[in-house]
Design a protein around this ligand. Structure first.
Ligand SMILES: Nc1ncnc2c1ncn2[C@@H]1O[C@H](COP(=O)(O)OP(=O)(O)OP(=O)(O)O)[C@@H](O)[C@H]1O
Length: 218
């Protein structure tokens, strides 16, 4: 379960401090899939970065599956960050590594055994099995994002945070990638929290969390 209680995060705005996240409280149950929506500048990426342990709130509490991440020190946060899956709009694949190594790199760093059959099965599911020896520059955008999904899933996270993962894709490709991501998260009982500008994609989630000027509204 993910629980935020009165989370506040501010940034310097000239001389003053401006609240980017303004007393956000929300509970997300295990394996729930949530779309995080709101206008540009409403604080979606900031909220995702707080959940990812990349930013620390000024006040309030963020509890992810029993760990109060807002109280962790840098080393503990680094360990926490390795355990969650993060998927970006810009795929952030490592150009020097082939696709198989891109997918398995983080999981292996975490000490997970990734067998070849497991890798092939996941890549087949995502339609990229024929690309495992290729390099990122040889893949289309949609294929690269499927690699991003495989990389996140193979690490066996309890939570995947995705920031506009389909933002670079046309609507058909976006739909395919969303369906794959949702299906895999469902099968593996992973919480999926996905930022999207697209109402069309957001309504396909069991729940929408809406942000306006750093506050939640229904
Ligand atoms: N490093 C920073 N320094 C100062 N202000 C920042 C910084 N990063 C973000 N902001 C401000 O915080 C607010 C929220 O930004 P955030 O990126 O979380 O919004 P968003 O909802 O994800 O927007 P978008 O949909 O455009 O990506 C914006 O007003 C932005 O200008």
């Amino acid at each position: 379960m993910i629980q935020l209680k009165d989370v506040v995060f501010s940034r310097a705005d000239g001389e003053a401090q401006r609240r980017i996240i303004d007393k956000v409280s929300v509970t997300i149950h295990d394996a729930q899939q949530v779309a995080l929506v709101g206008d540009s500048g409403s604080g979606k990426t900031t909220l995702l970065n707080l959940l990812a342990g990349l930013l620390v709130p000024d006040s309030g509490e963020i509890n992810v599956n029993g760990t109060v991440i807002s109280e962790l020190d840098e080393n503990q946060l680094a360990r926490y960050r390795r355990q969650i899956g993060v998927i970006f709009q810009h795929y952030q694949l490592l150009e020097a590594l082939n696709i198989a190594d891109n997918i398995t790199f983080q999981a292996r760093l975490n000490g997970l055994q990734v067998t070849k059959p497991a890798l092939t099965a996941l890549a087949t599911r995502l339609g990229i099995a024929h690309k495992l020896s290729a390099f990122p520059s040889e893949l289309s955008g949609g294929e690269q994002q499927r690699v991003g999904i495989a990389r996140a899933i193979i690490n066996q996270p309890k939570v995947i945070l995705a920031d506009e993962p389909t933002g670079n894709l046309d609507s058909e490709r976006s739909q395919e990638v969303l369906e794959l991501l949702q299906a895999l998260c469902k099968e593996h009982e992973i919480n999926l929290i996905m930022v999207t500008h697209s109402e069309r994609l957001a309504v396909q989630f069991e729940r929408q969390i809406r942000l306006k000027s750093g506050q939640l509204y229904d």
